[in-house]
Design a protein around this ligand. Structure first.
Ligand code: NAD
Ligand code: ZN
Ligand code: ZN
Length: 346
C-alpha cells in the first residue's frame, strides 16, 4: 500500500488572470481538500481547444479568473480528503471535464451524468490540470489502466472520450460514410473511432499536413476546404451518413450539414466563439436530417476509451512540451501548427 505524501505547501500552475491576456506560471497555495476530494500529482496534461476558449472567455457561460485550465490531466493520487474512498494513494487517474455531478438527478441516474445541472468542470469552474498538483472529486476521476502511457492517457481524457461518444451518438454502422470536419486533437481520434465502428472516413481540414495525417490514421478520402467545397466533394462520394462538426467554425458546421445524404446525422461537437449557424428548414424536413449535440462522455465512455487504447486500437499523435510553453502552445494550436495534440509534461 502506498503511503500518502506530505501535502505540498504551494506548487507551479498556469493561471488565467484576465481573458485574452497571457497566462502566467504562478506559485499557487495548495487548497485544502474538500470532502470526497483527492490530491493528484499531475504527470501529463493535454491542451484542448476548450482551454483556449476558456482563457479567452469565448462562451456564454464563462469561468471566473483567476483560474487554472486543463481537463486532460493525468497523475498519481498522493492524498485522500475526508471520505474519499473511490481511489487509493498511488493510483494513476485521469481528471476529465466532468469534475463533479450530483449523482442523484434524473440525468445522473440514467447514465447521462454529463447533462447534470449541478456539474462542475475541471479547468473551468474548478482549477484544472495545468499545474504540478490538482484536486479532484474521487468519484469522478477515472483510473488509468496499467500499461497506458500517461502522455497518451491525457489526450484520451477529453479528445478521446468526446469523439468516442460522438461516434456512438451519431450511430455509425459498418458501410457508413463518416465526414470528419477538423483534424485536430479531437478529429484525429474521431477518424479512428469512426473506423473502429466500421465506417469509411472522409476528413476535411484547411491544411494539407493535417489531411496527410488523416490518411495515415485511416481516412479513405480527404478534402482541403481551402481548395474545394467540402459539401460538394462529399456529395460526389454519395453524401455522408454522419458528419462530425468539430472545427471551431460555424462555416464548417454549415459545410458539414451540406455534406450529408438524406437521413443523415449532423453531430455538433465544436464550440466556436461565434455561436450561430444558419441551416435551411426545407432541406432538413424533406431530407429527414437528424441533428444532435454531443458533450464529452461519461466515466463509462472513458473506461471504454482506455480499454480500446490498451488493446492497441488507437494511436495518439502528440507533441510533448513543458508547461512554460502554455501561451506559445495555445497560439500554435490556433494557427493550426500543431500535429493533433500538445501534451504538457509536468
Ligand atoms: P484543434 O484546434 O486541435 O482542432 C481543430 C481543427 O479544425 C484544426 O486542425 C483546424 O485546422 C481545423 N479547422 C479549423 N477551421 C476549419 C474549417 N473551417 N474547416 C475544416 N477544418 C477546420 O481543436 P480541438 O481541441 O480538436 O477542439 C475542437 C473544438 O471542439 C473546440 O471548439 C473545442 O472547444 C470543442 N470541444 C468540444 C467538446 C464537446 O464535448 N463537444 C469537447 C472538447 C472540445
Ligand atoms: Zn476538451
Ligand atoms: Zn446530477
Amino acid at each position: 500500500m502506498a503511503v500518502a505524501s506530505e501535502p505540498p505547501g504551494a506548487y507551479r500552475a498556469a493561471v488565467v488572470h484576465r481573458f485574452r491576456e497571457p497566462l502566467t506560471i504562478d506559485q499557487v497555495p495548495a487548497p485544502e481538500l474538500a470532502p470526497g476530494q483527492v490530491r493528484v500529482k499531475v504527470e501529463a496534461s493535454g491542451l484542448c481547444h476548450t482551454d483556449i476558449h476558456a482563457a479567452h472567455g469565448d462562451w456564454p457561460v464563462k469561468p471566473n479568473p483567476p483560474f487554472t485550465p486543463g481537463h486532460e490531466g493525468v497523475g498519481i493520487v498522493t492524498e485522500l480528503g475526508p471520505g474519499a474512498i473511490e481511489v487509493a494513494v498511488g493510483d494513476r487517474v485521469a481528471l476529465p471535464w466532468l469534475a463533479y455531478a450530483c449523482g442523484v438527478c434524473d440525468y445522473c441516474v440514467s447514465g447521462r451524468e454529463t447533462l447534470c445541472l449541478q456539474q462542475r468542470n475541471m479547468g473551468y469552474s474548478i482549477d484544472g490540470g495545468f499545474g504540478e498538483y490538482a484536486s479532484a472529486f474521487a468519484r469522478y476521476v477515472v483510473r488509468v489502466p496499467e500499461g497506458i502511457d500517461p502522455l497518451d492517457a491525457a489526450p484520451l481524457t477529453c479528445a478521446g472520450v468526446t469523439m468516442y461518444k460522438a461516434v456512438k451518438v451519431g450511430g455509425t454502422r459498418s458501410t457508413d460514410l463518416v465526414a470528419v470536419f477538423g483534424v485536430g486533437g479531437l478529429g484525429h481520434l474521431a477518424i479512428q473511432y469512426a473506423a473502429i465502428a466500421g465506417g469509411h472516413v472522409v476528413a476535411v481540414d484547411l491544411f494539407d499536413e493535417k489531411l496527410e495525417l488523416a490518411r495515415e490514421l485511416g481516412a479513405e478520402f480527404t478534402v482541403n476546404a481551402n481548395k474545394e467545397d467540402p459539401a460538394e466533394a462529399i456529395q460526389r462520394l454519395g453524401g455522408a451518413n454522419q458528419a462530425l462538426a468539430i472545427a471551431a467554425s460555424p462555416k464548417a458546421f454549415a459545410q458539414a450539414y451540406g455534406s450529408l445524404r438524406r437521413g443523415g446525422t449532423l453531430v455538433f461537437v465544436g464550440l466556436p466563439a461565434d455561436n450561430r449557424v444558419e441551416l435551411p428548414i426545407f432541406e432538413t424536413v424533406l431530407g429527414a436530417i437528424n441533428m444532435v449535440g454531443s458533450i464529452v462522455g461519461t466515466r463509462t465512455d472513458l473506461r471504454e476509451v482506455f480499454q480500446l487504447h490498451g488493446a492497441g486500437k488507437t494511436r495518439l499523435i502528440r507533441e510533448v512540451r513543458p508547461l512554460d510553453s502554455v501561451n506559445e502552445s495555445m497560439a500554435d494550436v490556433e494557427a493550426g501548427k500543431v500535429a493533433a495534440r500538445v501534451v504538457f509534461e509536468l
